[in-house]
Design a protein around this ligand. Sequence first.
Ligand SMILES: Cc1cc2nc3c(=O)[nH]c(=O)nc-3n(C[C@H](O)[C@H](O)[C@H](O)COP(=O)(O)OP(=O)(O)OC[C@H]3O[C@@H](n4cnc5c(N)ncnc54)[C@H](O)[C@@H]3O)c2cc1C
Length: 427
Amino acid sequence: MLDIVRAADPDYASLQHVYGATGAPAAILRPRTAEEVAEALALARETGGELAIRSGGHGISSISTNVGGTVIDLGRLNGIERLDDTVVRLGPGAHWGHVAAELYPWGLAISSGDSGDVGVGGLGTTGGIGLMGRAHGLTIDRLRSAELVTADGVLHRVSASEEPELFWAVRGAGANIGIVTSFEFEAAATPVVAQATIAYQLNDVAGFLESWGELVEQSPREISAFLYMGAGSVPFAQATVVFASDDADAALAALTPFTELPGMAGQRAQIVPYAAVPLTTDAPHSGQQRAFTHTGLVDHLDRAVARRLATLLAEGSTQMVQIRSAGGAINDVPSEATAYAHRHQNFSVTAIAGADSPRFAAAWEPVHALMTGMYLSFESGRDPGRIMEAFPPATLSSLRAIKAEWDPDGVFNQNFDVTRSRLEPAR
Ligand SMILES: Cc1cc2nc3c(=O)[nH]c(=O)nc-3n(C[C@H](O)[C@H](O)[C@H](O)COP(=O)(O)OP(=O)(O)OC[C@H]3O[C@@H](n4cnc5c(N)ncnc54)[C@H](O)[C@@H]3O)c2cc1C
């Protein structure tokens, strides 16, 4: 029987909130099977009101809870299963940190993001810019098939040969077309990697960023590099650089140039199981990390981008800028192959602020003007124009046609709804 949790139930307090927001839903539906997901969806549609789909509860725009509505919480669909040598089946409610830990003894790994607390469902339906991305592509590039429940309650298996248009849409815009109940990924045989953590104190932020960008682009594909830049009177940066192999000599050669960038203040490098790379806390959700973000993708960290980022960091409303490498194997995939279409950019750039102020928006704008696309998983803003940045015209037009067929009533309208000309606030 479908488990329904309401405010008076003992489990409610641990389920009402997500990472970035507090919530007070009227009902939290906790399916254990795909059939119960269909049942939960039918119940939610019959009840009416606001609907939220939740896998790991780590969505940046915090739309996986609500006030007074229904939440379908997929946390119990958290299986991690090996199907053959390299193919694994993951439930949407599994967390990437647990996936990495389970896959390690099998000699396998899947590139996901830097947080092990992120759910398979949210990241696996939008992209997955990870710390082995330049070596192995986006997380969705390793997806071989999925099962999803569409708005009519029907369960579909989708792959390159089964309902290929739904399979295409799942890989970048999954939240628009259904609820994914399981994913089959082709994992990589890279269970062990070299990981460097490097701190920099910066005299010339723009100059550093330009050098950083050039170095990342010139690095071998085994290198993926995330840079976290703190704002304030003494600019600093911390980097996580991963070499996706256990070849210590090759890793040393590829990582050393990162320690030679100006301002290097400290570093540590070690060969580790990939499972040690995503930071995994398993902390309960209490809305503890409300963050406001703007994000974009850019081809190169050239002088213009670097200067504007330096200005953004100095301006005062931005707390942090995160720069994640894309490129490499991510850009081997043709733009039209998946609903995530951005296959020429080398970096994802995200600005984070503690308040969603007009000042933050204005400070972001000059950087935004140089961006050539957007990865929707890092955007907390609700500007309708952002849908066009996430999905270029040809992609958007295909997505709208698929949505018209499979979600004609707009049940899945919470997450960058491709049919909207204006993206209204979720609540
Ligand atoms: C600390 C932190 C670090 C991050 N680092 C990275 C990173 O390095 N790389 C990266 O690519 N991303 C990163 N992200 C972004 C992350 O990938 C997205 O926020 C993702 O949506 C979170 O997934 P979730 O399942 O935890 O989210 P949830 O909050 O559970 O879901 C978010 C939304 O996704 C949709 N969704 C969720 N599950 C399903 C499903 N099964 N079927 C259909 N739609 C679904 C729904 O619209 C839902 O409201 C990070 C996020 C955080 C908070």
